[in-house]
Ligand binder design. Structure first.
Ligand SMILES: CSC[C@H]1O[C@@H](n2cnc3c(O)ncnc32)[C@H](O)[C@@H]1O
Ligand SMILES: [Zn+2]
Length: 439
């Protein structure tokens, strides 16, 4: 009898499937063909099948790849330029002036590749980004092999990329056309925030999203100042305004959502809006603590994002999954607010749901694409292991990520990047440091 033939099999000591909260398979293997998981079997049945390549992970946990639900990848090149500031001081007096001097295609391409090297080494397989120069971002995504959502920024004021909202929109749609056939690249509409986008533009974005079947990605209710500013200027809270303008729908991924009352949480749940929670950025910019437990209890899909490297200052989804669990506990004084298994689901399947790709990725299941990561738990820092779910959330560091796969392609092999040249990127980073310091 001929044995079933696969491209790759991976066996692991533990497998966190995320199919059911808390499910851990011990000593199991998966078989992958054409980038898809075709079988999940006890490791002792591996002899019954054959594969071109086998990866044995005897001390490792295998789990779905992490989904970074909110980021600005190219901002790695501005990391550490302005720390210890509140959001509007940080943006108005530091980040926007620096972006005005430096942000062009080459900045976005190089900065995004540096971000992707960091993310792949930390177990992130999907990035939901928003920035400028989208063809450069998409090219970086294709070069790295990451699943890349390219958010097309829309603002009312001019930047190097666009003159006004209509200009941002038309340039973005033109850049999108070039990548429409690429499975791993998806363009989204990214109106920056309620305080930088007009009513007319928000209406256009809502219509365009329907016409073109696109997601919308926007910073919303990030700070108390944003909510108060809107009340002062328009006698309306930003979310109420966005509801009137037709923005609230399952297409919308709302980044931050820190300052919400109970009615707003209900509204967001009713309209199927997803939320990208950014605990590190919210802590560093002193924006506040998002009501994550209340949102989850109301049925909102809440995923996790890092935000940019200039406000985090890491692109470390494992660290921010830990922060998600810890911050929810301290914010509610309830140790059960976000348990470990919930935090893992937020960083994987919830991100996939928000992006509308949970039929493809976000958990380990037959038929899903092989976006997977492996972490080596044999380090002293994670010995002994009683519960791998606990270790992944509370004890591991990203240096324990050994392998990262997207659609069955190896992006990280025993901690070595396979698609990106780390040494060349180090040189690029040094060049950018000199250019930025020179201006
Ligand atoms: C439209 S995305 C690009 C734009 O957003 C800026 N930005 C980065 N992080 C944040 C944040 O947390 N809140 C608001 N705006 C942010 C970034 O610098 C770009 O100018
Ligand atoms: Zn952001």
């Amino acid at each position: 009898m001929t044995r079933p033939q696969y491209d790759m099999t991976v066996s692991a000591r533990w497998m966190i499937t995320v199919e059911r909260d808390g499910e851990v398979l011990e000593n199991h293997a998966i078989a992958i063909k054409n980038g898809r998981i075709e079988a999940i079997i006890p490791a002792n049945q591996l002899t019954a099948i054959s594969a071109t390549q086998h990866v044995d992970l005897p001390h490792h946990v295998l789990m779905p790849g992490l989904i970074n639900l909110h980021g600005h990848s190219a901002m790695t090149l501005l990391r550490g330029l302005a720390d210890d500031k509140a959001l509007m001081d940080w943006l108005n007096n530091h980040i926007w002036p620096a972006e005005g001097k430096h942000v062009h295609d080459d900045f976005v391409f190089d900065g995004a590749l540096i971000a992707m090297a960091e993310m792949i080494r930390g177990g992130t397989t999907t990035i939901n980004d928003m920035y400028f120069y989208h063809a450069a971002m998409a090219r970086a995504g294709l070069a790295s092999g990451m699943r890349t959502f390219v958010g097309c920024s829309i603002l009312e004021f001019p930047t190097n990329y666009g003159a006004n909202a209509d200009d941002y929109i038309s340039k973005s749609l033109a850049e999108r056309r070039e990548f429409l056939g690429e499975e791993l690249v998806t363009f989204t509409l990214a109106p920056h925030a309620p305080y930088t986008v007009s009513d007319d533009t928000f209406r256009k974005v809502a219509m365009l999203a329907e016409q073109e079947d696109m997601l919308i990605h926007c910073h919303i209710h990030e700070t108390a100042d944003e909510v108060e500013g809107s009340l002062k200027e328009r006698q309306q809270r930003p979310l109420a305004r966005l509801k009137e303008l037709g923005l609230l729908s399952p297409r919308l991924i709302a980044a931050h959502m820190v300052h919400l009352n109970d009615e707003e949480i209900e509204l967001v749940a009713r309209h199927g809006v997803s939320v990208a929670h950014n605990p590190a950025s919210n802590m560093k910019l002193a924006s506040g603590i998002a009501p994550v437990k209340k949102m989850l209890d109301a049925g909102v899909t809440v995923g996790i994002g890092t935000d940019g490297a200039a406000s985090n200052n890491k692109l470390d989804m494992l660290a921010d999954t830990r922060l998600t669990a810890l911050l929810a506990k301290v914010g509610t004084l309830d140790p059960t607010a976000v348990p470990a298994a919930t935090a893992i689901r937020m960083a994987t399947l919830n991100g996939a749901k928000a992006l509308g790709i949970d039929d493809k990725v976000g958990s380990i299941a037959i038929g899903k694409q092989a976006d997977l990561i492996a972490l080596d738990l044999s380090a002293i820092e994670t010995a002994p292991t009683f519960d791998p779910i606990s270790h992944v959330v509370y004890a591991v560091g990203r240096e324990q990520v050994t392998h990262t796969w997207v659609k069955g392609e190896t992006l990280l092999n025993n901690r070595v990047l396979t698609t990106l040249d780390e040494a060349a990127l180090m040189t690029k980073a040094a060049d950018w440091r000199n250019r930025i310091l020179a201006r």
